[in-house]
Write a protein that binds this ligand. Structure first.
Ligand code: GRF
Length: 207
């Protein structure tokens, strides 16, 4: 029998990508996924309100409460195990995860990055900085990439990409908004569903 994959979404801010995932699940576009947990590394972020509104359990795990990255990783792993999580989605999660974590969940952590990797990615490229770098370089096309997470920042296998045109008078802010609307909110739910469907189907084959 088909088993839906339990998905945890990691957030640090507004949570518009979390919202796109919740909306996709609610309209039946993610039949192999159950978003059952939201983890934030900050209290008081709007993403937590979104989780509450949709009756999704949320937990705050702050990096500063742990003296080492290893202890932080362990705390996260404990929460994921307690909640039987299969797949982790980093949706604007701004804290580095350690190798203990990325190794344990190899091929099970999905990240969204607001450029076409391998452009404008890696250490230091996050938020508006990514869009500013694209505009400064003068590229005419940018976009978003969904990829698996490994120990290299933005270095894991690509799952999906979508291109977005840059317009004459774009600022980092207008470009960020268009990349979200035209790419991120579309390919993140599609990618998560793809990964969950593959895992659910493998489970059936192996049973
Ligand atoms: C998005 O641009 C995403 O690509 C990046 O962080 C931002 C998160 O925005 N990794 P939100 O919290 O989903 O609104």
């Amino acid at each position: 029998m088909l088993r839906k994959q339990n998905v945890a979404v990691f957030v640090s801010g507004g949570g518009t990508n979390l919202q796109a995932l919740i909306d996709a699940e609610n309209i039946g576009k993610m039949p192999h996924c159950n978003i059952t947990l939201v983890i934030s590394n900050k209290p008081d972020v709007f993403a937590l309100e979104r989780a509450k509104k949709h009756n999704i359990k949320s937990v705050v795990v702050e990096r500063k409460q742990y003296s080492s990255l290893q202890d932080f990783d362990t705390a996260l792993i404990d929460v994921l195990e307690e909640n039987n999580i299969d797949i982790i989605v980093l949706a604007g999660f701004l804290t580095i995860l350690g190798e203990d974590f990325t190794n344990k969940y190899a091929n099970r952590i999905i990240n969204i990055h607001p450029s076409l990797i391998p452009s404008f990615c890696g250490s230091g490229y996050y938020g508006l900085k990514v869009h500013r770098a694209a505009l400064d370089y003068g590229v005419k096309v940018t976009g978003a990439t969904v990829h698996f997470v490994n120990e290299i920042p933005d270095g894991g296998k690509i799952i999906m990409q979508k291109a977005v045109n840059i317009e004459e008078n774009d600022t980092p802010e207008t470009l960020q908004k268009r990349v979200m609307e035209e790419a991120e909110w579309i390919i993140l739910p599609q990618s998560v569903e793809k990964v969950c469907a593959e895992r659910s189907n493998n489970e059936i084959e192996n049973n």
